[in-house]
Design a binder for this molecule. Sequence first.
Ligand code: SF4
Ligand code: SF4
Length: 306
Amino acid sequence: MKKLRQIAFGYSTQCNIRCDHCVAADSDESPNSKMPFAKAKAIIEEMAGCNVTGISFTAGEPLLFFKEINHLIRLCRKHGIYSRVVTNGHWAGTRQRSDKMISELIQSGLSQLRISCSRWHQKNINRENIVSAVSSCKKYGLDYFISFVTDFSNQDDAFEQFLRDSSFKFFPEPLIYSGRAKGFNRSRVFTDFPPNLCAMNPYLSPELDMFACCDAGTHFTETGFFYLGNHKDHTIDELFQKKEKRILYYLIGTMGLTNMASYIGLKASEIVKYKKCQLCENLFNSAENLRLLENSVKSGLINWTR
Ligand code: SF4
Ligand code: SF4
């Protein structure tokens, strides 16, 4: 049976706001690369031919390029591909504008809207925009959810209460300490010994580089662990196959990072101090740890199960 494939599609890294925690930006400079529209259309056609069943339009703010994204969504619908747009909700300043946007997206066949919300986003976007966007989704029957980015500190309690009081569908997402958030103070998180499994959706950048992880993976520059290659040298199918064949990627989603860290000698008392992406960086953005894991993957590591 063929594998079902999903991908985060980075049409452009441009954004109309500047969040202090943005993972898409490496520095003070705002990123502004963009995929040529004709290339994006051809890639979606190619993806349809190699079993891609879900595309999430992300990176910067996709709806800055509303016409093009709408066209790409229609292409997804034509091929039966589930489509999602990740947005900061800048377009929902009034109910009328929000209704217009959502009704057009749903006519094009959008499957789901993911609206970002956090104390960083909301320095730039009025939280009433979130209210309008959700109301329009409900009015036109578009599936939505709110991605509530948090560092799990009590500074976010008021935001969470707002989402709860509004009866919105929301899911807390851990802040990723990469990009602009790299230097943030890390709040302590109190949990027991979580396995730290990660589903790992791949990411295609506007420059047509593909990575095995759509979040912090692009920042593992010491080892390039998540880099799969560029579409100019490989087909989309080949790039997916590289992701699917690497045993270490498979183990991130099945064995989990905690067991891998323990296997190569990190003490349990150390492991619990890491957040998931940090632990991942410790394992795979270190040449020494990566070598240990690569060398043992087919012998000890893969059998390190209960
Ligand atoms: S809205 Fe998203 S892409 Fe834009 S600056 Fe904020 S985190 Fe980055
Ligand atoms: S844990 Fe690793 S694979 Fe998962 S999102 Fe973080 S960096 Fe990517």
